[in-house]
Unconditional design. Structure first.
Length: 108
């Protein structure tokens, strides 16, 4: 059964200590394992691959600019600006560029 890895092999693969794997098992974290005897633990390669795939984190996409249409939509969504939509749009644009650090496209 060469699709089983022992604790030391998995520790080397993940670059963690065997003690870390033991702690993860105790905390019910980490990849699933097979307990063959009271002290013999093995990890199936398919379980390791599935575990690692589940750990992938996707960062949100951050836009680097804001269009005038986006600014108009933000103004429309905010209450309390009264009839000064142009002034509110300028304030939002200022806030996005100075406070948030986004580049705003010029109004067409």
């Amino acid at each position: 059964m060469n699709d089983l890895m022992n604790e030391d092999e998995l520790a080397a693969l993940l670059r963690v200590s065997a003690t870390t794997l033991q702690a993860w098992r105790h905390q019910r974290r980490g990849p699933p394992y097979v307990k063959l005897s009271w002290k013999t633990v093995r990890y199936r390669r398919a379980d390791i691959e599935a575990y690692l795939s589940a750990q992938v984190t996707r960062l949100p996409v951050v836009r680097r600019s804001v269009s005038p249409t986006d600014i108009d939509a933000a103004v429309a969504a905010v209450h309390g600006f009264g009839n000064d939509r142009a002034g509110a749009a300028r304030e939002i644009q200022r806030w996005l560029t100075e406070e948030v650090g986004l580049a705003c496209e010029a109004n067409a």
